[in-house]
Unconditional design. Structure first.
Length: 611
């Protein structure tokens, strides 16, 4: 425990030292008791901020990967994290120890309001970690959504930046270290599989295919350059160094790929083939020996509520019925004759509802977001400084990746926010959903929220760079509907697409709990989405497969969105003319991620003060 106390004290001394030439004016000094009170309050808040900063520095020292995501390039730039369970245990213990030290060293009652919130959030973070820690070995190490087989090349290509020769040396070093990193994970995956923690059999072809894609092409065979080798060459050749130095770096990078990364990937492929022969029936985590308790913990973690699987299932059914009713109104508006299911089939199969080229899709998405960006100041007091870009998901992982996702900007401005859209199958990316999807992932959704969060300079790092799924995904889904409040979705088919996206999240509540609590098969869950949504078959299958390997996560979107909408409606009702969208959104956004109960407290306090 001492390390946190000592580090915080040293940081405090630096933070509280007066600047050169600073002299207190007697006439400006308050009475002694008042001055002492102010000094104590200031002192404790400065010390708490220093404590959080020291904790963050310790965690960063143990995660070269996290440093790279933040844009930090130092002596660890050529390293990867320790992927062992020993390291996971040590990280958990550091977090629990830090909370004990914080509670012993800082009296919450003496903190200002901003510090009290950080104090409570640090406690809540540790509590969630404590709840999830016993189940850490229940997580799949390799599946179609997660795993080093796609994360390593994505990290090297998108995150590891090369601005000088030292950065290029670090790139080569990371390639050399990738073999032992992956082999450690392969060994852990084998252990978990032998204990019954094994993905369903249909997952293995995705993982094996992704792994083979990474080690296909030069320098692994005689084909065109593999994505990661092409990236190395591109970054090295852009440097202002001698051609001989460039050639040397590329040769050593090639040797690292063939001598370290490729053998590890081959072991990964062999292990996945071994496990595929062991796969058992059943898709949900109910198959695990502690599956019921594990799923309950996952629901609590992702929703930050105490809602049970049955309660979440029922909320889903009720919202599916509500959205279907709203959809029928639009169906009547466009003059479609037939049932809602007939309209779903029409939207799935009509060529006019899909782009025929990636370029056309990206052009329309950019146009929609440019129009949205112009309207943001009318609804937001705080806007992000960081820019964003839209990029297609890279070829080596597009077959298994989700339909869209977002990567936040680097805090130093060296990397923009990135909205990734998966254009592998254009028949899975309906024109009707394009607008809502862009708002969710970019503006005013994840880019706006996460860039603002990253730019909140006065918050502790665990708040600026951490996340709570119900908060962030609830916000993303909320902004889809906010777009309608802002005057968008002028095309009724696009508005139907918005409802389709909301319906999708309502159905998630039903199928996620169905799979993991009610023992639905993958086929039953697919049929439920086919009967109740307009989404194409490829979209439906990929979604159900995602929910199977990511238990509970999909429930956070609708639960979070419903809470934000509830709080906004309450604020509008109680504040009347004093309510503004900009002020409400500041209350939600300027805290950074918080559990839903704390979000509700903050909104209630804002209502009371404003009123």
């Amino acid at each position: 425990m001492t390390k946190y106390v000592l580090l915080a004290t040293s940081a405090l001394l630096a933070a509280c030292s007066p600047s050169d030439g600073e002299v207190a004016s007697a006439s400006a000094t308050p009475s002694a008791p008042a001055a002492q009170t102010a000094e104590v309050e200031s002192d404790i808040n400065v010390r708490l901020a220093a404590f959080f900063d020291d904790y963050d520095q310790i965690e960063l020292a143990n995660s070269p990967i996290a440093k790279s995501f933040r844009g930090i390039r130092d002596a660890d730039y050529g390293k990867l994290d320790d992927p062992s369970d020993v390291a996971a245990v040590e990280q958990y213990e550091r977090g629990q120890e830090a909370v004990v030290v914080m509670e012993a060293e800082f009296d919450e009652s003496q903190l200002n309001e901003a510090s009290k919130l950080s104090y409570r959030l640090f406690q809540a973070r540790a509590e969630r970690s404590k709840d999830s820690f016993p189940f850490r070995r229940n997580a799949y190490i390799f599946d179609q959504m997660n795993g080093a087989q796609s994360q390593i090349p994505a990290f090297m290509i998108n995150i590891h930046r090369v601005g000088n020769k030292a950065d290029a040396e670090a790139y080569v070093s990371r390639l050399s270290n990738s073999g032992s990193y992956i082999e450690s994970l392969v060994a852990q995956s084998a252990e978990r599989a032998n204990d019954g923690i094994i993905v369903p059999d249909w997952v293995f072809p995705y993982v094996i295919n992704d792994a083979k894609n990474v080690i296909s092409g030069a320098p692994f065979d005689t084909g065109v350059d593999s994505p990661i080798f092409a990236d190395l060459k591109k970054k090295v050749n852009a440097l202002s160094i001698a051609d001989s130095e460039k050639a040397d770096l590329i040769v050593r990078g090639r040797d690292a790929l063939t001598g370290s990364l490729a053998p590890a990937y081959k072991k990964l492929i062999a292990e996945m083939e071994r496990q595929q022969n062991m796969a058992v029936d059943g898709d949900g985590v109910w198959r695990f020996k502690d599956g019921a308790a594990y799923y309950a913990e996952r629901l609590k973690n992702y929703t930050t509520t105490d809602l049970t699987a049955d309660e979440i299932h029922q909320i889903g059914l009720e919202n599916v019925a509500r959205i279907h009713a709203e959809m029928r109104k639009i169906m009547a508006q466009v003059g479609f004759e037939g049932s809602l299911q007939d309209f779903f089939t029409h939207l799935r199969t009509g060529d006019q509802y899909f782009h025929t080229s990636r370029e056309d899709y990206l052009a329309e998405a950019n146009a929609k977001l440019a129009a949205m960006e112009k309207e943001l100041p009318k609804f937001f007091n705080t806007l992000p400084k960081a820019p964003f870009v839209i990029k297609p998901v890279e070829a080596f992982r597009e077959k298994s990746a989700g339909k869209a996702f977002y990567q936040r900007p680097a805090p130093d401005g060296s990397r923009p926010g990135t909205y990734y859209v998966n254009l592998y199958d254009l028949k899975g990316m309906s024109k009707t959903e394009l607008e809502a999807l862009a708002y969710h992932e970019a503006l005013p959704g994840h880019h706006l929220q996460l860039a603002i969060q990253t730019e909140l300079g006065d918050l502790p790092a665990f708040r600026k760079f951490g996340g709570i799924t119900a908060y962030s995904e609830g916000w993303g889904l909320y902004t889809e509907e906010l777009g309608k409040d802002m005057g968008f979705y002028t095309d009724p088919y696009s508005d139907f697409g918005r409802l389709g996206m909301e319906l999708w999240r309502a159905c998630r509540l039903v199928v996620d709990t169905g799979i993991h609590d009610k023992r639905w098969s993958r086929e039953k869950a697919i049929k439920y989405l086919t009967d109740n949504t307009p989404n194409p078959d490829s979209d439906i299958r990929k979604a159900i497969e995602r929910y199977i390997v990511y238990p509970g996560q999909a429930t956070a979107y609708m639960i979070g969105k419903l809470k934000i909408m509830e709080l906004r409606a309450k604020s509008q009702k109680e504040l009347g003319d004093k309510f503004t969208m900009g002020d409400f959104h500041d209350v939600i956004l300027r805290s950074g991620p918080v559990p839903l109960n704390i979000m509700e407290e903050r909104v209630n306090n804002w209502i009371a003060v404003t009123r």
